[in-house]
Design a protein around this ligand. Structure first.
Ligand code: P6P
Length: 335
């Protein structure tokens, strides 16, 4: 019988790899799993409860905030702010950083997250997800600041996501490989189901919104056309798989191999416009994919090497199987 390993036990075992670990980090990840279970419960009954539909508010990106977005955001903040593990937080749903209230102890970690990515799909019961990224505090003194958030992705100490789909799965890395846990609703525990995930070197599917083709640069257009020509080895062109929910598209490519692309919009060649956010979408997924043997690039540079200059900074994201991303880079840079 396969050993039953809960995510809590796995985190403790991961902590033992760091002799100097204080347990602070373990507590932080544990608190995050509580928030994940609570959000999963609400997402799974969203169709029944009156939490579908819009709050009537818009977030910093001008996107309609759905009730479940707001609920997930609030849930994570309330679950994380009192544990004494964090010095500051940042969320896709909040314009500015989220300080730790005066009444709670501060810790040495920074948490940035997208509470419910892909939420425009919620009403259609399409998979959505939470994405998180964790750093050690950089500044000193009483209060942390936005400078603790504007980092390079290579400084992350952990990253992960929870995908609320046919089942709820939590996938995370602390730099010791990538591990997946499936929620057993019967016992309310995330159980190890995908130990040491490795992404295939080359995939057979690509994920991109082809409706944006007219906005792409020439290199991207040529790359996508290349994928549609029959492959000399398999004799088959790549298949298009696009959910329109980043976590769902990424998760499928992580397990099966493939490439996800959200290129910049080059309608104005002098001012290319990206959509996905660096700090709480591209960076955490880039950390995960590299730990699984894959690659994440803007087309020009490694995602994890980018020095963040804004909380909600956007970047082009090309992520997945290493050989596929390398081939994209050749087309994008006309090599
Ligand atoms: P488009 C969802 O709103 C999201 O941020 C990601 O989850 C997803 O990958 C992307 O936008 C989809 O964007 O322009 O194809 O609808």
């Amino acid at each position: 019988m396969q050993k039953v390993v809960t995510v809590q036990r796995h985190i403790v075992e991961q902590e033992r790899l760091y002799p100097k670990a204080s347990g602070d980090f373990t507590g932080l990840l544990w608190d995050l799993t509580i928030a994940a279970k609570t959000i999963s419960r609400e997402v799974n009954k969203a169709g029944l409860a009156d939490i579908l539909g819009l709050t009537g508010e818009k977030n910093i990106h001008g996107e309609e905030v759905k009730k479940l977005d707001a609920y997930a955001n609030e849930r994570i903040i309330k679950s994380m702010e009192h544990g004494g593990h964090l010095c500051i937080m940042a969320s896709e749903e909040n314009d500015d950083v989220i300080p730790i209230p005066e009444e709670f102890p501060r810790g040495k970690y920074v948490l940035m997250f997208d509470p419910l990515d892909g939420s425009s799909n919620i009403d259609a019961n399409v998979s959505v997800g939470t994405i998180f990224s964790i750093y050690r505090r950089k500044t000193t003194g009483k209060d942390a600041s936005v400078d603790d958030c504007l980092r390079k992705g290579t400084e992350q100490v952990a990253a992960g996501y929870i995908v609320y789909g046919s089942s709820t799965m939590m996938v995370y890395t602390t730099g010791q490989g990538v591990h997946g846990f499936t929620l057993d609703p019967g016992i309310g525990e995330f159980l190890l189901s995908h130990e040491n995930i490795r992404i295939p070197l080359k995939g057979k599917t690509y994920s991109v919104n082809e409706g944006n083709t007219f906005t792409w640069d020439e290199g991207t257009k040529k790359y996508i056309n290349h994928l549609k020509e029959s492959d000399t080895v398999t004799g088959r062109p790549y298949s298009l798989r696009y959910v329109g929910s980043l976590v769902a598209d990424f998760h499928r490519n992580l397990l099966y191999g493939g490439i996800f692309l959200y290129p910049a919009d080059y309608k104005d060649p002098k001012k290319p416009k990206a959509k996905l956010r660096l700090l709480y979408e591209a960076n955490p997924l880039a950390f995960i994919v590299e730990q699984a043997g894959g690659m994440a690039s803007t087309g020009k540079e490694r995602i994890l090497d980018i020095q963040a200059t804004g909380l909600h900074q956007k970047v082009p994201l090309i992520i997945g199987s290493k050989e596929d991303v390398l081939t994209y880079e050749k087309f994008f840079n006309n090599r």
